[in-house]
Design a protein around this ligand. Structure first.
Ligand SMILES: [Zn+2]
Length: 430
């Protein structure tokens, strides 16, 4: 192809394709069954179909241990809003030249339950699920969570906060019933991993990847990551092979939104290659604008969303990442641990998850509140970050010129780090 890539391959991956067709939620009070209220809503992905399911509406805490037998559970899905001072407490290193950590609060694109939000209701015997999107500063119900490809046995619907409040007020007026309709296609499909190669000066490899699928226009998640990978392919294709530090494998995963099918497929089918021949896996996801709400609308700002760089506990790798961030002036950057965020996790919460700990990783990701929402359109991409992120990635690859599969792995430490990170060298003023 145009970039001179060798060995371009399309590797088929089995995924599940979920497509909603028709849905509705009608509610009424027991005493006045002829007087019905229809609420705008959106189906929860991979939940069960129904041509018409009726049941008593029951407010649920969303916690285990309730008895919801035969009822439709109404659950509030409270989005996490975390002060940067909490998020940075997980970080191994922070670059915040504007000093915004003490005052910034970030709304994450999920509740504490993320993909498991329906599970307590299912376990408690509920026959349906109605979730209220609580805590977002704009009005939406087009929310693509859960995306773990678990086919839950009851139908589910999301309500915006405004319509959720209408439902709660309705329930407050007396016992009520609801009727859910949810028609959707859910069928096996084939997607593909896309890979290509540029040979370099060593016989070892750096993998540079992202995922190419998304539920909506999904410009940030992950057309932006795909563009960052393609930018690496374009740059390195113009560097003579002998000057490329290592062989480079460019990877675009399938099926991130089908339970991470592409990541799992690649790690399973390339296990020995990743474990024995890959110096580092660099994953690039989400060049995002920070956004805010304005009169029920989602509005992008000119600021980049806070950047997470999940990096293996390897001093020369951490220093390569920090050096690249400093040199490119990528403020709002946190080097995050490869495990332990969220607490108890053994892998980073990214599409690079299962490369760790087979190989050292650098996994760049931002988590804007609209990540899984229909509002993730082209306007949300932080264009001003695309070139600096590309240059930073080139710097990281260059910094690994003298490293090998064994040298990086032999430098792994168990936290805390014994040595201090070197000081940040800020970018020269123009
Ligand atoms: Zn992504």
């Amino acid at each position: 192809m145009e970039f001179g890539l060798e060995d371009v391959t399309l590797d088929p991956v089995s995924v599940d394709r979920w497509e909603p067709l028709a849905w509705s939620l009608d509610v009424w009070h027991d005493a006045t069954p002829g007087d019905r209220m229809s609420l705008p809503c959106y189906p929860t992905p991979f939940s069960a179909a129904t041509s018409g399911l009726e049941g008593e509406l029951a407010l649920s805490s969303g916690m285990a241990g309730e008895d919801l037998g035969g009822k439709i559970a109404v659950v509030e899905n409270q989005f996490l809003a975390l002060p940067q001072s909490v998020l940075t407490s997980f970080a191994t290193w922070v670059y915040d030249p504007a000093g915004e950590v003490p005052t910034s609060v970030q709304i994450l694109p999920f509740s504490g339950q993320l993909n498991t939000i329906m599970d307590p209701a299912v376990a408690a015997g509920a026959i349906g699920f109605v979730g209220i999107l609580r805590g977002l500063p704009w009005d939406t119900d087009h929310y693509y969570v859960p995306y773990d490809d678990v086919h839950r046995p009851i139908p589910g619907l999301w309500l915006s906060e405004r319509n959720g409040d209408r439902l709660l007020e309705f329930l407050g007026q007396g016992p009520a019933r609801g009727r859910i309709v949810l028609e959707r296609n859910l069928e096996p499909a084939t997607s593909h991993e896309v890979t290509g190669v540029l040979r370099g000066a060593s016989d070892q490899w750096i993998v540079i990847g992202s995922h190419h699928d998304g539920p909506w226009a999904s410009a940030v998640e992950d057309a932006s990551g795909t563009s960052l990978v393609l930018a690496q392919a374009r740059y390195w294709s113009r560097v003579p092979a002998r000057e490329r530090p290592h062989n480079l494998l460019f990877l675009l995963n399938a099926g991130h939104f089908s339970g991470g099918a592409g990541l799992q497929h690649f790690v399973t089918t390339h296990h020995d290659f990743i474990a024995n021949q890959v110096v580092v896996e660099i994953h690039l996801e989400h060049a995002a604008r920070e956004a805010r709400g304005d009169n029920g609308q989602l509005v992008p700002t000119d600021a980049p969303e806070w950047r997470w760089w999940f990096t293996s506990f390897i001093p020369p790798l951490e220093e390569a990442v920090a050096g690249a961030i400093c040199a490119e002036g990528l403020g709002r950057s946190l080097i995050m641990p490869p495990e332990g965020f969220p607490p108890g996790s053994k892998n980073p919460p990214t599409d690079a998850a299962f490369f760790h700990p087979l190989t050292p990783i650098v996994s760049f990701l931002t988590a804007p509140m609209y990540l899984f929402d229909e509002g993730d359109t082209l306007a949300m991409i932080h264009q001003a970050s695309l070139v600096p992120l590309t240059r930073a990635t080139i710097r990281i690859v260059e910094a690994l010129r003298d490293q090998t599969v064994s040298s990086l792995r032999s430098a792994v430490y168990v936290p805390p780090r014994a040595t201090k990170m070197p000081p940040c060298v800020p970018p020269p003023t123009p």
